[in-house]
Design a binder for this molecule. Structure first.
Ligand SMILES: Nc1ncnc2c1ncn2[C@@H]1O[C@H](COP(=O)(O)OP(=O)(O)OP(=O)(O)O)[C@@H](O)[C@H]1O
Length: 259
């Protein structure tokens, strides 16, 4: 069976002419169906660039990115991206329900099923009662819930999450981590989360992928064995969680120290 996502020897540079810089070099990993992967690495190592390559939003220079066995050359149906900046990714002139419906534009879901499905997704992210509010009328955490529902509305098999929780307060962040875990399980959704936050990376993931400094590649992967369902109190006290957190932070700090 194919991995859902297979990245082999990926290479990518950015910038023009003499300013062109290698960002990703010979990077390989795979995501299996239903897995929750976190991607961490030193600041500026190229995490967002990687995500853009996976989403088909950047052309790649070498290697391959395959989704469901097909080379990614443009944004593939079945891959959704949730960005950090929800205030720019949601459409301010559409209410929350219409923003979720917008996510279905490229799907083949029959017209009659769209509204019930969008309402179901808004319920799944805890926003029943806020369907007719506009994004700017609800909190940041609620806007990110809409963006997540919109990502799922695209009949996504792979949800790419680029620091989606970075702009919300700590309590909301914890709630949204648990929401992501719940949605991943409920919809058997494969997720790849890019984050600066090692605690978050370990808390949500089945596997943590650690990237090197630029030009970035995979340094190592850690399997997160902590029992599921995860819990904000007991998981964060679990010996496996504490050991992994220690190892990942140490590894990233050692790469920073080389600067
Ligand atoms: N269009 C571009 N042209 C040239 N360089 C770029 C471009 N976009 C990003 N870069 C550089 O590529 C590097 C990697 O950027 P990227 O945003 O992918 O890293 P990141 O790991 O997501 O960063 P952060 O840790 O800040 O979130 C950065 O040093 C950035 O300055």
């Amino acid at each position: 069976m194919h991995a859902l996502l297979e990245v082999r020897g990926l290479t990518k540079s950015l910038g023009d002419g003499a300013a062109r810089q290698p960002i990703i070099s010979d990077l390989s990993f795979e995501a299996r169906p239903g897995e929750f992967l976190s991607v961490v690495g030193p600041s500026g190592c190229g995490k967002t660039t990687l995500l853009m390559c996976l989403a088909g939003l950047y052309d790649i220079d070498g290697g391959s990115v395959a989704f469901q066995g097909h080379q990614v050359q443009s944004p593939p149906p079945g891959v959704s991206v949730v960005f950090q900046d929800y205030s720019r990714s949601l459409l301010p002139w559409k209410n929350n329900l219409d923003n979720v419906l917008f996510g279905m534009k490229r799907t083949e879901l029959p017209e009659a099923q769209r509204r019930p499905r969008a309402l179901e997704l808004l319920q799944a992210v805890g926003l029943t009662g806020y369907e007719t509010h506009f994004p700017w009328q609800v909190s940041g955490g609620m806007q990110q819930r809409v963006a997540i529902a919109r990502g799922l509305a695209a009949q996504s098999r792979l949800l790419l999450l680029d620091e989606p929780l970075a702009a919300v307060d700590a309590q909301t962040r914890a709630d949204l981590q648990d929401l992501l875990l719940d949605l991943a399980k409920r919809f058997n959704q494969t997720c790849l989360l890019v984050t600066h936050d090692v605690d978050e990376a370990v808390y949500v993931a089945d596997r943590v992928i650690v990237l090197s400094r630029r030009p970035t590649r995979v340094v190592t992967e850690f399997v997160v064995d902590c029992p599921k369902p995860r819990d904000q109190i007991t998981t964060r006290e679990h010996p496996d969680y504490l050991r992994l957190r220690h190892e990942v932070i140490s590894m990233i700090r050692s790469m920073r120290a080389v600067h």
